[in-house]
Design a protein around this ligand. Structure first.
Ligand SMILES: C[S@@+](CC[C@H](N)C(=O)[O-])C[C@H]1O[C@@H](n2cnc3c(N)ncnc32)[C@H](O)[C@@H]1O
Length: 217
């Protein structure tokens, strides 16, 4: 976690995008949300996707270990916040959005009891292999039953480039979510032409995949 905090301090945030992720726009309906519903964004950074979710009439709950990321999110989007401290988190709150500053693994089900969906872009794939199963088990333990998850992943020959982001194949996703989730792949395509960093590193392909998962009822 200290690595991530340092990355934010050094401004090494190559994953951050100024624009909204097109797959969120394309597939948000799979979450079957109603206006006013709350959506959880794990490892949220200062993602503009959260602004899109707010604009669609949803409430957002995020968790992010870097205080800098959260403060940049609020200042860059001209949102005034209030701050509350608990034992595990500094909690930043503005209208319809609550960002927990601290460790994802310290979140409890009581923090997320109001959520109806989860949006994971560059979160699961940010974690090294040894933390993935723990991430998914924790997700299962903190989200309500029947909650759906929109998950975006990448897969590429890991031996051709080191992560993060770490490669995650369809079979690994199916296996990670096999206990307690239904898993459906919505889309998968090779996008190497639009990934100059991977192209220049000589990576043969980069598959971008979208999944809709649902926690058992
Ligand atoms: C690759 S970035 C993705 C950010 C965001 N999802 C996006 O799409 O821009 C991963 C983020 O997770 C945060 N992070 C890593 N480990 C964490 C943890 N255990 N708890 C909370 N945040 C964490 C990092 O600080 C970083 O901002």
């Amino acid at each position: 976690m200290t690595d991530w905090i340092q990355r934010w301090k050094d401004g090494k945030i190559g994953w951050h995008r100024q624009s909204v992720n097109s797959k969120l726009i394309e597939f948000i309906n799979c979450l079957a949300l109603q206006s006013g519903d709350s959506i959880f964004v794990p490892l949220c950074g200062k993602s503009q996707d959260m602004v899109y979710l707010l604009e669609q009439g949803f409430k957002v709950i995020g968790v992010e270990v870097s205080q800098l990321a959260i403060e940049q999110f609020f200042s860059e989007n001209h949102l005034r916040y209030s701050l509350k401290k608990t034992q595990s988190f500094s909690i930043y709150q503005a209208e319809n959005i609550t960002l927990y500053c601290g460790d994802y693994f310290a979140l409890k089900a009581s923090d997320l009891k109001s959520i109806s969906g989860v949006y994971d872009r560059a979160s699961l794939i940010a974690l090294p292999i040894d933390l993935r199963a723990k991430y998914v088990r924790h997700l299962y333990s903190i989200i309500p039953s029947a909650c759906r998850v929109l998950l975006l992943t990448l897969n590429y020959p890991q031996q051709q480039m080191s992560g993060p982001p770490y490669a995650l194949s369809e079979s690994e996703v199916v296996s990670l979510f096999s206990k307690g989730f239904e898993c459906q792949q919505l889309q998968c395509f090779n996008d190497i032409e639009n990934e100059p960093k991977f192209l220049h590193a000589g990576v043969d392909f980069i598959e971008k995949a979208t999944y809709c998962l649902q926690k058992e009822k």
